[in-house]
Design a protein around this ligand. Structure first.
Ligand SMILES: [Zn+2]
Length: 240
C-alpha cells in the first residue's frame, strides 16, 4: 500500500511539469541559457563571452606566477621587458576602509611589475594598465567613467541577466624607486585594483598593455588587442 502511494506521488511529480502553462522565456545572458521563468526549463546555451569571441587570452589568478611583459622605453620606442605577476588577491564583504554593499563584494588584486634590463636602465620605461570585462567589452567600456565627486570609477556589469550599476573601481599605483642589483638597477612597481562587484562576479579583467600599442581612434579592447602585447588576468572564479 505504502509503495503504491509513493509511486503515485512520483508520477505526479514527474508529470507536474507538463501541466498546462505556456513557457515564459527569459532571454539568454552570459551566465545562463534562455530560461522559462515559470518552470525553470532552459533552451539553447548562454551568450558567448567576448574574450572567447575575440580570442583574448586571460590568465588565471595563480599567485606569484610570472609572465613576460613587453613594453617600450620612455625616451624612445626601444623595446624593454619585465615580469608581471599577481602578488595578492582577496575577496571580502567589507572592512574599515571598504564599505560593504548588499549583494556586492570587494575583489582586490595586486599586480607586481619588475623591470630592470639595460634598455630600461638607459632610457626609462612606460607601462599601461588595462581594465575591461570578459563578457561584454562594449557595454563595460561605455559605462566605465571616472566620478570626480566620489574619486573612483563607476561602471555597470550584467550578472545573470541583471544590471548591477553600483560597481566601482579604484586603482592605486606605487611606482617605487630604482634599486641596484649588480650592474643594473630595477624597479618594483605595484598596481592595486580595488573593485566592488556583484557577489560571485568573475568577469573583470585587469592587466598590462605594451605602451607602444596605439589606441588612437579605438575604443574597445578587442580593436587593439594582440596576444603578444598584453598580459591580462581574470578576477573572480577559480584561483589558487
Ligand atoms: Zn515553463
Amino acid at each position: 500500500m505504502k509503495k503504491t502511494v509513493i509511486l503515485l506521488l512520483a508520477a505526479l511529480i514527474l508529470t507536474g511539469c507538463s501541466s498546462i502553462h505556456s513557457h515564459s522565456w527569459e532571454p539568454a545572458n552570459y551566465q545562463a541559457p534562455s530560461t522559462c521563468s515559470v518552470c525553470g526549463q532552459t533552451q539553447g546555451v548562454p551568450l558567448t563571452a567576448d574574450v572567447e569571441k575575440y580570442g583574448i587570452r586571460v590568465n588565471p589568478l595563480t599567485i606569484d606566477k610570472e609572465y613576460a611583459y613587453h613594453t617600450v622605453c620612455s625616451e624612445n620606442d626601444e623595446p624593454t621587458e619585465g615580469k608581471v605577476s599577481v602578488s595578492a588577491y582577496q575577496v571580502f564583504d567589507s572592512d574599515e576602509t571598504h564599505q560593504g554593499k548588499n549583494g556586492y563584494q570587494w575583489q582586490i588584486l595586486t599586480l607586481k611589475l619588475i623591470i630592470g634590463d639595460a634598455a630600461s636602465n638607459q632610457y626609462g620605461f612606460r607601462y599601461n594598465y588595462v581594465i575591461s570585462d570578459c563578457f561584454n567589452i562594449e557595454a563595460f567600456t561605455k559605462a566605465y567613467r571616472y566620478d570626480e565627486e566620489k574619486g573612483y570609477n563607476t561602471f555597470t556589469v550584467n550578472w545573470y541577466g541583471k544590471e548591477s550599476d553600483d560597481c566601482h573601481l579604484r586603482v592605486i599605483c606605487n611606482n617605487g624607486e630604482w634599486i641596484q642589483r649588480g650592474e643594473l638597477y630595477y624597479k618594483n612597481i605595484t598596481i592595486t585594483f580595488e573593485a566592488l562587484l556583484p557577489e560571485g562576479y568573475d568577469g573583470l579583467i585587469v592587466g598590462l598593455r605594451d605602451s607602444s600599442v596605439s589606441t588612437e581612434e579605438k575604443y574597445y579592447l578587442y580593436q587593439y588587442y594582440d596576444e603578444n602585447s598584453f598580459v591580462l588576468f581574470r578576477m573572480g572564479g577559480q584561483h589558487d
